[in-house]
Design a protein around this ligand. Structure first.
Ligand SMILES: *[C@@H]1O[C@H](CO)[C@@H](O)[C@H](O)[C@H]1NC(C)=O
Ligand SMILES: *[C@@H]1O[C@H](CO)[C@@H](O)[C@H](O)[C@H]1NC(C)=O
Length: 125
């Protein structure tokens, strides 16, 4: 009886482990949330915006690329945070964005630009 109970426990533990491992580690591009907030500042007469890319997944995601065709700014943006590559832009210089962290930058233009993630690499361990 005791052996059976522990076997059952072990089985449960394995199932649970698999669920947790697979369930939480299947990050998708959709797990990158993009937010744009108005700041109180005007730069050269253009509204300033605070953009956040949030990794809402349990695993790091790297090489995040977003569409940014036509993006313009009068405020200088650190290319280590956000840089154009052809029609797209790389976020965080392609470096990993840790789970539940935000990469943020400021730019100034009217109207605001809608950035849509186009690709990323998920790194679950
Ligand atoms: C930009 O937004 C982030 C996240 O909401 C916030 O932590 C940060 O203080 C903001 N920065 C500015 C300059 O508004
Ligand atoms: C932008 O990203 C899309 C989706 O990954 C890709 O098809 C396209 O070739 C990229 N454009 C450039 C200029 O890299």
């Amino acid at each position: 009886m005791a052996t059976m109970a522990s076997t059952t426990h072990l089985l449960f533990a394995i199932i649970l482990f698999n669920l947790l491992y697979k369930g939480f580690c299947q990050c998708k591009l959709e797990d990158i949330a993009v937010g744009t907030e108005r700041t109180p500042a005007l730069i050269q007469g253009k509204q300033e915006w605070n953009v956040s890319f949030i990794n809402t997944c349990r695993c790091p995601q790297q090489a995040l690329t977003v569409s940014c065709d036509g993006f313009q700014t009068v405020e200088k943006v650190d290319p280590n945070i956000f840089a154009p590559v052809g029609n797209n832009c790389t976020v965080n210089g392609g470096r990993p964005i840790a789970p539940f962290t935000t990469v943020q930058f400021l730019y100034a233009w009217d109207p605001p630009f809608i950035f849509v993630p186009v690709s990323s690499q998920v790194h679950c361990t």
